[in-house]
Design a protein around this ligand. Structure first.
Ligand code: NAD
Length: 335
């Protein structure tokens, strides 16, 4: 099988590419290698992939319409796993237009490529942030997600809408995965676990927002990869008797699906910090601060639908996952 993986130098994209290659598939990975965070980390993720004979990297921007069209025309992909995006809730307050280019134009160039080259299945990254103002827990794909509270979240919800349109108009099978706070080795420097680890090792104070009263459904990277690999093997079929009035927002009369992909058990921020302190053997100096704009109070994934569809539930608990991250961090940064 020949795959396109977008965002192949990114945290999730590099791990998915590695797994697909290990399964014997041919993978073309694209990424624009932007400097939203340390490019050296992106290159380090790519280095072991580029040593594989069934992986090929192309530096390309999603918003390069001709470049993406040419890529699809030349490569003859069967499946697409679209993970490239401008990520980050807080950054979207200061740099909203980066999200228009990468997440809106970029999603459309990928949809167009899939449409014109009869891709079997497009799997793409959505986000738990689409739940926005929702209070009902756990978050379910049955719930309405019409009230995002960051531009990042709005672009991810827009990706689901754009995908539905292409599933309907062109019978393109699409599956959106709402990822819940992914963490683990090779993780992102803009996320809490990385920032806290770096600060604690340097003897610096960590910023604890909403005075610690936050919780997240942290999901370990290997569980995310397993979920993606299983989902991409199951292109959605249309649900013929589906109606807007009676059906769930998670599927459609078109070949369209949306799943939550999370751990299914939220962890309080202070318990998360305790797990990190245990793994590092150092107590953190904490500065308690108010809630940040754009942030949600809590996330918790209802993962029943995903389990029914692919028979997989997340396996890795927070202590194990955080310890694995710390091992990687200490080794990678020689600390
Ligand atoms: N990590 C999480 O907790 C999380 C949670 C929810 C959703 N997501 C989504 O999952 C996907 C992967 O996230 P990640 O954590 O691996 O992020 P990441 O930033 O590590 O990876 C994204 C990659 O996409 C590349 N990229 C960005 N804009 C691009 C463009 N215009 N053209 C080409 N490449 C571009 C970046 O250089 C980066 O390497 C993203 O869509 C993200 O929004 C992640």
């Amino acid at each position: 099988m020949k795959y396109l993986v977008t965002g192949a130098a990114g945290f999730i994209g590099a791990n998915v590419s590695k797994r697909l290659c290990a399964m014997g598939h041919e993978v073309v990975g694209i990424d624009n290698l932007n400097d939203y965070y340390d490019v050296a980390l992106k290159l380090a993720r790519l280095a072991p992939l580029e040593a594989l004979s069934n992986f090929h990297f192309i530096k390309l921007d999603l918003a390069d319409r001709e470049g993406i069209a040419k890529l699809f025309a030349q490569q003859g992909f069967q499946r697409v796993i679209h993970l490239a995006a401008q990520a980050g809730v807080r950054y979207s307050l200061d740099n909203p237009l980066a999200y228009a280019d990468s997440n809106l134009v970029g999603h459309l160039t990928i949809l167009e490529g899939c449409r014109h080259h009869k891709i079997e299945h497009l799997v793409y990254a959505s986000s738990s942030s689409v739940y926005g103002l929702n209070q009902k827990m756990p978050f379910s794909t049955e719930d309405s997600v019409d009230h995002p509270i960051s531009l990042y979240a709005a672009t991810k919800k827009a990706n689901e809408l754009m995908s539905h349109t292409y599933s309907h108009l062109y019978q393109l099978p699409t599956t959106g995965l709402r990822f819940f706070t992914v963490y683990g080795p090779w993780g992102r420097p803009d996320m809490a676990l990385f920032k806290f680890t770096k600060a604690i090792l340097a003897g610096e104070t960590i910023d604890v927002y909403n005075h610690g009263d936050l919780s997240r459904d942290f999901t370990y990277i290997d569980d995310i990869v397993e979920g993606i690999i299983r989902v991409q093997d199951k292109p959605p079929s249309p649900t013929p008797d589906w109606r807007v009035e009676t059906g769930t927002p998670a599927n459609s009369s078109a070949p369209y699906r949306v799943f939550n992909i999370g751990n299914g058990s939220p962890v309080q921020l202070l318990d998360f910090i305790t797990a990190l302190e245990r793994a590092l053997g150092i107590e953190a100096k904490k500065q308690f601060l108010p809630m940040q704009p754009g942030d949600v109070h809590a996330t918790w994934a209802d993962t029943e639908d995903l389990f029914k569809a692919v028979g997989y539930k997340s396996q890795v608990d927070i202590d194990t996952g955080v310890a694995k991250f710390v091992d990687w961090y200490r080794n990678f940064y020689a600390q």
